[in-house]
Design a protein around this ligand. Structure first.
Ligand code: ADP
Ligand code: MG
Length: 268
């Protein structure tokens, strides 16, 4: 099902560019609770004929406590945006403020520190270390964060309990199902108590039952105060968030769709 097409058909749901611009201008004024603030961000790959504007003047605010899905067709800039939000990459131009810190002004070492302290990452392919147990995988980010040896084990076990894996602490990834591996990855992402959890297609490799398990965990984490930002191309997944941001051709064409907008689009 091509929702992008349906959105094009149903133009009443798309704000005209002039209005989007006005909304974006208003929403880029500094706000205390804006945990993520992206202003006029461009990301350009290559040059001349091969130039690709992966992000083309994006303005986006995500407030603390939001549960937000980023959607859009393949190649529209979702992962590029996530990499910038996650401080894994820097914009070509424009500003990115994470928790009111201008990330452009921070050197690579300090950025790695911010990433480790403030952000948690979950990826489609889990990215667990295969030779380590679930517990050891979850301990790893605490080693970089300088958490004391005695505390690491307890905190890792707590995080794994939170995702329902208290009986799998010593299992290696190959001894776990895909859904369980993703839950280990979520435990690893939350163990340093991040303010923002970023997930790029976290259910892309999962069946519908384990997808729901992962989404239930995200909802619980969000209810406990963590801001969750998730890229997905699955409407059933995006529908369980609170706000949907839509990308197309490197631009944010809609900044605030609700899950019911999506319901309407996909059932019409
Ligand atoms: P999405 O996640 O929405 O599928 P991406 O953010 O991965 O899209 O890519 C956006 C655009 O930028 C695409 O045209 C892609 O080919 C291009 N792109 C992404 N990363 C690179 C890169 N490292 N070098 C060159 N082009 C890239
Ligand atoms: Mg992508």
């Amino acid at each position: 099902m091509n929702i992008e097409k349906k959105i094009n058909f149903n133009s009443s749901l798309l704000t005209p560019k002039s209005r989007t611009d006005a909304i974006n201008r208003v929403s880029t004024t500094p706000q205390k609770s804006a945990i993520i603030r992206i202003e006029n961000v461009f990301k350009i790959y290559g040059s001349g004929e091969t130039e690709v504007k992966a992000l083309n003047d994006v303005n986006l605010i995500i407030e603390e406590g939001e549960y937000c899905a980023i959607m859009g067709p393949s190649g529209s800039g979702k992962s590029t945006a996530m990499n910038i939000i996650g401080c894994l990459d820097r914009p070509t131009s424009g500003h990115y403020y994470l928790d009111n810190v201008d990330v452009a002004q921070v050197d690579d070492g300090a950025l790695a520190h911010i990433r480790n302290k403030k952000l948690g990452f979950v990826f489609q392919q889990f990215h667990l270390l295969s030779q380590l147990s679930a517990l050891e995988n979850v301990i790893l980010p605490m080693v970089y964060a300088g958490v004391s040896n005695s505390e690491r084990r307890d905190r890792a076990a707590d995080a794994l309990r939170r995702v329902g894996l208290e009986n799998r602490l010593n299992n290696k990834p190959t001894q776990l199902s895909g859904g369980q591996q993703q839950r280990v990855a979520i435990a690893r992402a939350i163990v340093n108590r991040p303010v923002v959890l970023l997930a790029d297609e976290p259910t892309g490799a999962l069946d519908s039952r384990t997808t729901q398990e992962v989404l239930d965990i995200f909802s619980e984490l969000n209810a406990s105060g963590i801001t969750v930002v998730m890229v997905t191309h699955e409407p059933e997944v995006a529908r369980q968030t609170q706000r949907i941001v839509w990308f197309r051709d490197g631009q944010m064409v809609h900044s605030n769709m609700t899950p019911s907008d999506l319901n309407h689009l996909t059932t019409s």
